[in-house]
Design a protein around this ligand. Structure first.
Ligand code: GRF
Length: 192
């Protein structure tokens, strides 16, 4: 599990595991932010929690190597990006091809790419006058939000929506489709 913030998707995944809907174990929770709420959640549950960010090491290559080492040391099979706001180094994408999954709060390929995260996504959806939005679970490749789409679910955009009300409606969908998609992936042989 890689995350940068509060970790509500991480909590939803833990809930799905507890209910037996997702047969998995979270081997590692890694964040680029020491104060990420998700790291606290991990520590409370006895899940290894690691803070690792690019500025902590000397070079991009050193960061890539440290990330790979953390994943392999904890025997991670599938990497879930649950609100991880940093790019994944290409060496890590190559080592885990087809096994890194991201959740994005729009219907990709719309409203994805650099700068499209958090509130910015929902502001752009409202600005464009869309009548539907939603969430996308996709594989991670070397691009930004460009990997193969695994699941999507729609929500209506209401006339009086604000970025906050729309974000909350999309987040509820994220919490459902992310664990479901991970469960599907883990029960299938391989995806690439
Ligand atoms: C979610 O909206 C997710 O789609 C995006 O980052 C946000 C993370 O939220 N990639 P949380 O930390 O899981 O609450």
């Amino acid at each position: 599990m890689l995350l940068s913030g509060r970790g509500s998707n991480f909590a939803a995944i833990l809930g799905a595991i507890e209910r037996g809907e997702l047969l998995a174990e979270v081997a590692l929770c890694l964040s680029n932010r020491a104060d990420a709420g998700g790291l606290t959640t991990a520590r409370e549950r006895g899940i290894p929690a690691v803070h690792l960010s690019r500025p902590m090491v000397a070079s991009d290559d050193a960061f890539s190597a440290a990330l790979l080492t953390a994943l392999t040391e904890h025997q991670v099979d599938l990497v879930a990006l649950a609100g991880y706001l940093k790019p994944i180094p290409s060496a890590v994408v190559a080592a885990y091809r087809g096994r890194i999954v991201n959740i994005h709060p729009s219907l990709l390929p719309s409203f994805g790419g650099a700068g499209m995260y958090g509130r910015h996504v929902h502001e752009a959806v409202l600005r464009a006058g869309c009548k539907v939005s939603g969430a996308t679970v996709h594989l991670v490749d070397d691009g930004y939000d460009t990997g193969r789409i695994l699941a999507q679910s729609c929500v209506p955009v209401l006339d009086d929506d604000t970025p906050e009300t729309l974000a909350a409606r999309v987040l509820a969908v994220e919490h459902r489709i992310f664990p479901q998609t991970l469960a599907r992936l883990l029960s299938s042989t391989s995806v690439d």
